[in-house]
Design a protein around this ligand. Structure first.
Ligand code: N01
Length: 510
């Protein structure tokens, strides 16, 4: 066994992993290593190459605050441009030098004797284990595709593809195609496919709420202004951010305040579809905001096309060449696109991380669902920080803002523990329980609990464990400083209580 030693191992080279590396290097934590199974930076923006893939958060907010981009070509960016942006930022900070691509972490195990994490890896090189003092999990919640459990799907002989594993070599031209799902991915794929396929069946289980998308290309003069007028990009970011936070207020505290958004969605249906029956089929039956509010100008006109059918009957099974619906109708197809989302609250990644006593994250969360402290640290998993961990997801604004908040917390943790000589840091069960209970209490009046929908924000027990409730600036404030009182710490060989007292004193004098 060949082991590589490093102070901080980061798993994942997407927005969060790259952001962590940049902040670490800036703060003189240079002994870090990123491990990623892919070929370059980008994470979900590298992996989702389906036609029409784009972001539904405006470009100026969906980017790092420390790497603003005056050259965005559109008000909302598409996947190739975001992928390029992430790789450009990585190159500007020379992060590839500390990154192993084509390297998959198959298991992460906490080793109590050495107070380190041992990562089993498979990759191009001859190293098969990485040992790190600190593990930063940056794989994101949208990395493991959810393949629908439909009877007979494995017997389908045609092209079967998940939205996040697109096969760009397959030619859909003139084909009979089924798209299963009507979430954020499907509403981007379907309008593009409809232009080239022979016939398209769209399988809708739940109609989503969709507002118009105000996307447009930037004029050269605007790009000039972004580059040359000091503070302009910050002003735009602030304006978008503030507008989005007003939606958070409605979602969390007063869902009826979202009625104007619902009216906008209804007008979008009315404008896009003439047929009354079809309008009825696409009108959601749950409160707006309960599931992610989608953005599209093309979805409804596409469903009204002659070569597109919306199918709302339940799928009973799939045969070698057709989708069979519950009413017994056979829908012959050459290709099936499953745009059925991701394993978020039940990710297979949770089976691969083993904390104190060898207990996996999956087992830790099996009874009570995903729980953590400030979305970052988890009791039973010392010296490990998860980026976009429990209760950090958003339905209304940029995840990059949440990631940067977590990076502030991560860096303050590293600075304080380094200064105090702390070798082992574990959030206490009590702090974690109190934090989780407070979040659940906050959710009581929210649209996610009372809106009458099922979504990936919920776990199998119906608890909302993937989503941050409320304003994101509250999360920013909560993560501004590493609050060591919530943690049990060890300094070298000293017992925890003594170490905490020493560390508190050191930090207080810092
Ligand atoms: O996945 P989803 P997604 N039979 O889980 C249906 C981000 N994202 O990939 O609603 C039939 O939202 C399911 O039906 P129902 C964004 O955060 C962002 O589209 O559960 N149907 C639903 O319609 C987003 O929220 C962008 O009844 C089945 C769909 O599949 C997240 O990714 C772009 C089924 C899944 O929708 C996930 O979006 C794209 C079954 N067995 C994605 N199982 C941006 O613009 C599931 N469905 C930033």
């Amino acid at each position: 066994m060949t082991t590589h030693d490093v102070e901080i191992a980061i798993v994942g080279a997407g927005f969060s992993g790259l952001g962590a590396a940049i902040r670490l290097a800036q703060d003189d934590f240079t002994d870090y290593l990123i491990l990623d199974r892919g070929a370059d930076f980008g994470g979900t923006w590298r992996d989702n190459t389906y036609p029409g893939a784009a972001c539904d958060v405006p470009s100026h907010l969906y980017s790092y605050s420390f790497a603003q981009n005056p050259d965005w070509t559109r008000s909302y960016s598409h996947q190739p441009e975001i992928h390029r942006y992430i790789n450009d930022v990585a190159a500007a900070h020379d992060i590839a030098a500390n990154t192993w691509f084509h390297t998959e972490v198959t298991k992460a195990t906490w080793d109590e004797a050495t107070e380190t994490w041992l990562l089993d890896i498979t990759g191009d090189g001859d190293v098969d284990q990485v040992r790190a003092r600190v593990l930063v999990g940056a794989v994101g919640p949208l990395c493991e595709p959810n393949l629908p459990d439909i009877d007979g799907i494995e017997s389908f002989d045609g092209q079967l593809v998940h939205s996040a594993r697109w096969d760009n070599d397959y030619d859909f031209t003139g084909k009979r195609v089924a798209v299963i799902g009507t979430g954020a991915s499907a509403i981007q794929i379907v309008p593009q496919l409809a232009k080239t396929v022979g016939h398209l069946d769209v399988y809708q289980r739940t109609a989503p709420w969709i507002i118009p998308r105000t996307e447009r290309p930037y004029l050269p003069v605007e790009n000039w202004a972004f580059k040359n007028i000091p503070g302009l990009q910050n002003l735009i970011r602030g304006t978008i951010y503030t507008a989005n936070e007003s939606v958070a207020a409605g979602m969390t505290y007063a869902p009826t305040a979202l009625k104007p958004v619902e009216a906008l969605c209804r007008a979008n249906i009315f404008r896009g579809i003439r047929d009354r029956g079809l309008r009825e089929q696409v009108t959601p039956t749950f409160a707006v905001g309960c599931k992610r509010i989608l953005k599209s100008n093309e979805w409804y006109p596409t469903l009204a096309r002659d070569n597109v059918d919306l199918v709302t009957d339940r799928i009973a099974r799939i045969t070698s060449n057709a989708v069979i619906t519950a009413d017994g109708t056979e829908h012959p197809v050459d290709a099936i696109v499953v745009a059925t989302g991701f394993h978020v609250t039940d990710s297979p990644v949770f089976d691969t991380i083993h904390g104190v006593g060898g207990t996996s994250l999956a087992d830790t969360w099996s009874a009570g669902g995903m729980k953590g402290y400030k979305g970052t640290f988890i009791h039973g998993f010392p010296n490990m920080a998860l980026l976009i961990g429990p209760s950090t997801g958003l339905g209304h604004t940029s995840m990059v803002y949440m990631i940067e908040s977590q990076l502030n917390y991560l860096l303050d943790y590293l600075r304080k523990t380094r200064k105090a000589g702390i070798t082992r840091t574990e959030v206490t069960k009590d702090a974690q329980e109190r934090y989780s209970a407070a979040l659940q209490k906050k959710l009581k009046n929210s649209v996610w609990v009372n809106g009458g929908c099922a979504s990936w924000y919920q776990d199998e027990h119906g608890n909302i464990t993937a989503l941050w409730p409320g304003f994101t600036f509250n999360f920013r404030n909560a993560t501004r400083r590493f609050d060591i009182a919530a943690y049990a710490v060890t300094t070298g060989t000293l017992p925890a209580a003594e170490a905490t007292a020493i560390s508190d004193a050191v930090i207080a004098s810092a």
